[in-house]
Design a protein around this ligand. Structure first.
Ligand code: NAD
Ligand code: TYD
Length: 377
């Protein structure tokens, strides 16, 4: 029997991964380890919280002794590590918290896995430590074409599909790390520690670097849920700089499917980049969000375009991210399942239908509830 420790399972991506594993693998025991910071919310997991193969443990990944005890007690055979501080704007204001959780927390988890697995007769056999990282570690890409063609222009993916790109370079797995924000610097550092644990101690590690995710249960400090909520309430939409920055967007359930595939079939010590060849300028997404939200709310289409408010740019704002995910497509056959317009429609609909979730998160009530609940234990 496999016992999988998923860290950060009460957050946005983690909750989708936990749900997928609990439902798809009734024979696995799934332990969700989460500190429940402002970004962790157990109501993301209401539908599976009483499943017989699921257990939630409130714990800080930095607490080495507690993590080691949990691994021993539960006989953990695999780790999927998502717990992190994840918002660039917060990292600019408070870099120490990012270094603590993303670097020291990852180190503590690696060391606990090493100590526990090395104490077993079979050691690392059948074990796996899978670290979830971001494409932001690679830094920013240019938006140029050698022949001076105005972006976006059409390029062809390995699958033969045409897609729009804003530059001719992409993030490949062998690119050197050039992080710019404290968030991406801390994630880059954690990736290095993971690889060092493989190269030095033989820990069976895998790293993946994914592009921007969107979908249900994302904390509304990130662009897409923040703007959907603001459009609904007719609040200003703060567009950083000129809205020209490009991000490569992937529906969160497609990321969770990729994690499942790579956890089971990926090669130890490898890195895989995950992305759907789906580059969008921020301002174009924002217009799409306004049009979709207005339509679903029965408002005249485009009625809320005047909410767009250009504000001071984010410090060190990366210009363009674009993932080359051909290795994952070629070696493991993964493809994203959704077109962006369909994913956005689904996402806007979900936030509009789940206003109680949004109100709860924005009021901070969910945090008080858990503080009370855990204070009595
Ligand atoms: P999130 O902020 O929504 O969730 C993070 C979770 O980690 C929360 O539940 C939080 O309570 C928990 N956590 C934070 N500090 C902790 C600690 N010290 N101990 C235990 N738990 C702690 O983040 P997300 O967007 O779901 O991202 C998950 C992972 O995926 C992160 O590692 C992030 O770097 C990576 N990632 C995110 C994206 C994206 O677009 N969101 C893209 C690529 C990679
Ligand atoms: P975000 O969702 O914070 O993700 P990341 O910084 O990890 O890419 O931001 C996505 C893009 O949207 C990024 O270019 C910054 C921009 N942005 C705004 O213009 N306004 C906002 O209020 C936010 C949160 C982001």
């Amino acid at each position: 029997m496999s016992t999988i420790l998923i860290t950060g399972g009460a957050g946005f991506i983690g909750s989708h991964v936990v749900r997928l594993f609990v439902n798809r693998y009734p024979d696995y025991r799934i332990i969700n380890l989460d500190k429940l910071t402002y970004a962790g919310n157990l109501s993301n997991l209401r539908d599976i919280e009483s499943a017989p193969n699921y257990r939630f443990v409130r714990m800080d990944i930095c607490d080495f002794d507690a993590v080691l005890r949990l691994m021993q007690e539960e006989h953990v055979t695999g780790v999927i590590h998502l717990a992190a501080e994840s918002h660039v704007d917060r990292s600019i204001k408070d870099p120490f918290t990012f270094a603590r959780t993303n670097v020291m927390g990852t180190l503590s988890l690696l060391q606990a896995a090493k100590v526990y697995w090395e104490s077993l007769p079979e050691r690392y056999e059948g074990k796996r430590f899978y670290h979830i990282s971001t494409d932001e570690v690679y830094g920013a890409l240019e938006m140029t074409h050698p022949e001076g063609i105005e972006p976006p222009f059409t390029t062809v993916a390995s699958s033969g599909a045409h897609h729009l790109a804003y530059g001719t370079s992409f993030f490949t797995e062998d690119l050197k790390y050039q992080p710019h924000s404290p968030y991406s610097a801390a994630k880059a550092s954690s990736d290095h520690f993971v690889r060092a644990y493989h190269d030095t101690y033989g820990l069976p590690t895998i790293v993946t670097n994914c592009s921007n995710n969107y979908g249900p249960y994302q904390f509304p400090e990130k662009l897409i849920p923040l703007f959907i909520n603001n459009i609904r309430h007719r609040r200003p939409l703060p567009v950083y700089g000129r809205g020209e920055n490009v991000r490569d967007w992937l529906y969160v359930e497609d990321h969770a499917r990729a994690i499942d595939l790579i956890f089971h079939r990926g090669t130890i010590a490898e890195t895989y980049n995950i992305g759907g060849f789906n580059e969008w300028k921020n301002i174009d997404i924002i217009r799409l969000l306004i049009a979709t939200t207005d339509r679903l709310l029965g408002r005249p289409e485009g009625a809320d375009m005047d909410l767009i408010t250009y504000v001071t740019d984010r410090a060190g704002h990366d210009l363009r991210y674009a993932i080359d995910s051909r290795k994952l497509q070629r070696e493991l056959g993964w493809e994203p399942s959704l077109q962006f317009e369909e994913g956005i429609e689904r996402t806007v609909r979900w936030y509009l239908d789940n206003q109680a979730w949004m109100d709860n998160v924005t009021s901070g009530d969910y945090q008080r509830y858990y503080e009370d609940m855990y204070a009595h234990r």
